[in-house]
Ligand binder design. Structure first.
Ligand code: ZN
Length: 228
């Protein structure tokens, strides 16, 4: 029985890696300088590199169930997502933070149902989306969509409780973007605080604003504004 996963690893090194060798060499020699922290749901159908056309070195990625942001309350525990936010902002000086939820999200659906009693961490983690849930017992597709989008905005608001995020957003050197990816359409809807909701990318004039600051491409260097 061939080990398919092992074969894929071998194929990567022999077939794919040679095309990227020099790029990776540069990223090792110069280090990584990603402009974007991407906080996305763990869902396998959400593929950040496909959505954004990003290559190696461009996205600092954090993924978790629901694309949730834990509170900045320094509570006891191991907060991987909070640590990644601090590192991306303080050490990497990212210029954008994207929070990306998506359609048919199991985490959002779970807000309306029961979670296995064995999944103690999961049921506690889902509390980070609880405020987004609507007072409906049997949510239809519209309610789920709205909850998914409300959850994204909730996480953006929670991001602003991180002092290093708030300082930089208020100084206009860090922008927050809320995205909702509709898997079946291949389209991201971006949160636009001025237009009061999520706008399909095809009809948006920027990659998302807010909820606290307008999109400010002029605040970025020319060479940076074209990068992610
Ligand atoms: Zn999800």
């Amino acid at each position: 029985m061939p080990d398919e996963l092992l074969q894929r690893l071998q194929r990567f090194q022999t077939d794919a890696f040679p095309q990227h060798r020099s790029h990776f060499r540069l990223l090792v020699d110069d280090g990584q300088h990603p402009m974007t922290l991407f906080i996305g749901c763990s869902d396998s159908r959400l593929v950040p590199y496909l959505l954004t056309g990003a290559g190696p070195g461009e996205l600092f990625l954090v993924r978790n169930v629901g694309a949730f942001v834990p509170p900045h309350d320094q509570s006891q525990g191991f907060h991987g997502t909070a640590a990644a936010i601090e590192f991306a902002v303080l050490n990497l000086s990212v210029k954008r933070i994207v929070v990306c939820g998506h359609s048919h999200c199991g985490a959002i659906r779970a807000l309306y149902g029961d979670v296995s009693p064995a999944a103690k961490h999961l049921s506690q983690w889902l509390e980070l989306g609880r405020e987004a849930a609507l007072p409906v017992a049997e949510p239809g597709p519209d309610v789920l969509r709205r909850t998914e989008q409300r959850a994204v905005v909730l996480q953006l608001e929670r991001l602003m409780d991180y002092p290093m995020v708030r300082e930089r957003v208020e100084a206009g050197i860090l922008a927050l973007h809320g995205w909702h990816y509709v898997i079946e359409d291949g389209e991201v809807h971006v949160f636009d605080v001025q237009r009061g909701g999520f706008v399909p990318a095809a009809r948006a004039d920027n990659a998302g604003t807010g909820p606290y600051v307008a999109h400010q491409p002029e605040a970025l260097q020319d060479d940076e504004s074209t990068r992610l």
